[in-house]
Ligand binder design. Structure first.
Ligand SMILES: Cc1ncc(COP(=O)(O)O)c(C=O)c1O
Length: 383
């Protein structure tokens, strides 16, 4: 490769990194959600870009988390085991969840947890949905695991009977997100619980609860009680990236039976959580206590989501009613690469070709951002 090509590629990667996007994001939702020609992103590396592509929380960190980081910054030369209050985080999180610390493994974002679980349960096939959040299935594919992808039903909800049926004696793991990404749908807790109970008799059930905090009753029930009641085949993932607005700080965790947590710890991290940054942990600790900020994010998200759904409806788009901080909408007969065309108009979102047509996924930003999104949608040609 010539130096100039090297340099051009490096520039492209740097610009993408500056945008918070990278080539690997292509596979995040298991589909080709970004423009094929990534250089199209370059001219848009500008301040008026509205990034609605990654389901981030637009309201930013809790003020208390910000303060916790700035209070600790002068101690960043220390390893985390030398900072007593950071050491307490696992205990505080465990208390908050009502489990003992041996049920808990901290990971640098839940994405790392998903990678780890794909590798850990690789001696057999994986049953999951399509489309779904891509990290776990994509890692499994990469390392040669057979992945059985069960299409969502017509309402874009997990087809639990078909998923149950796809499990056989070679299934090492079932993975599903509730609420689901990219569709924003949710399963009723009673239905999900009975699926977990049934499936976990045969294999490990990995549930990704990244967006759980956006839910209202009766849907806002975690499956954690199954683990508390001793089910050894249930694994949960949670993250501080969404309601806590800490995507860039990388704090997630796995919850499971202590023996499973111990195996994961021993196999991948040794006995420490050296991979976690002390600044991120102190922010997570403060954010957990700042329930006002979480409630505010949830409320503002719900209002902007309602506004966007009303706008899409008024403009005649079919969308899947969302329970999360993103909306999955049908692109009718759009000709061309929708995400690339929106990007040219300064809106970052995802789009994909599915067996039943083209779909887009837009994250819920601020009300102002969603007004711009709807306005831009109005300027697109859907023939
Ligand atoms: C369903 C789901 N799980 C996990 C993640 C990963 O989040 P993080 O690695 O930031 O915790 C995401 C991110 O978008 C997600 O949508």
């Amino acid at each position: 490769m010539s130096n100039s090509i090297h340099r051009r590629n490096w520039l492209k990667q740097s610009a993408l990194a500056a945008l918070g996007l990278s080539v690997s994001l292509n596979s995040l939702a298991g589909e080709d959600y970004l423009p094929k020609d990534l250089s199209q992103l370059l001219p848009n590396a500008n301040p008026s870009l509205i990034n609605l592509g990654s389901n981030e929380n637009p309201y930013g960190l809790s003020p208390q988390a910000k303060k916790a980081i700035s209070d600790l910054i002068n101690n960043s030369h220390r390893y985390q085991y030398n900072i007593p209050h950071v050491q307490e985080f696992r205990k505080q999180l465990a208390d908050y969840l009502g489990v003992t610390t041996d049920h808990l493994l901290l990971t640098p974002g839940s994405g790392e947890g998903l990678n780890l679980l794909a590798r850990h349960y690789s001696k057999g096939n994986l049953v999951t949905a399509t489309p779904t959040f891509g990290i776990l299935p994509n890692t499994a594919k990469k390392i040669g695991v057979q992945v059985r992808e069960i299409p969502l039903d017509k309402q874009k909800v997990h087809d639990l009977p078909a998923m149950l049926q796809a499990i056989d004696s070679n299934t090492a793991q079932v993975y599903l997100c509730n609420p689901a990404n990219p569709t924003g749908t949710v399963l009723h807790p009673t239905e999900l619980r009975s699926f977990c109970e049934e499936a976990s008799k045969k294999t490990v059930v990995t549930l990704d609860e990244a967006y759980l905090e956006f839910l209202d009753a009766p849907y806002n029930e975690s499956m954690l009680p199954l683990i508390k009641n001793g089910n050894k085949n249930i694994v949960l993932l949670r993250t501080f990236s969404k309601i806590h607005a800490m995507a860039g700080l990388r704090v997630g965790y796995i919850l499971a039976d202590p023996a499973t947590i111990n195996e994961l710890k021993e196999n991948y991290f040794g006995n420490s959580n050296f991979c976690m940054s002390a600044l991120s942990l102190t922010a997570a600790m403060a954010s957990l206590k700042d329930t006002d900020h979480q409630q505010k994010s949830k409320k503002l998200n719900a209002a902007a989501r309602q506004f966007t759904q009303d706008g899409l409806k008024k403009a005649g788009f079919d969308f899947i009613p969302s329970y999360t901080n993103f909306i999955y909408f049908n692109l009718k007969n759009y000709k061309g690469d929708f995400a690339a065309d929106m990007l040219a108009k300064n809106i970052v979102l995802r789009s994909s070709d599915q067996p039943d047509g083209k779909w887009g996924r837009v994250s819920i930003g601020t009300l102002e951002e969603m007004k711009s999104f709807l306005k831009t949608m109005g300027s697109m040609k859907f023939t």
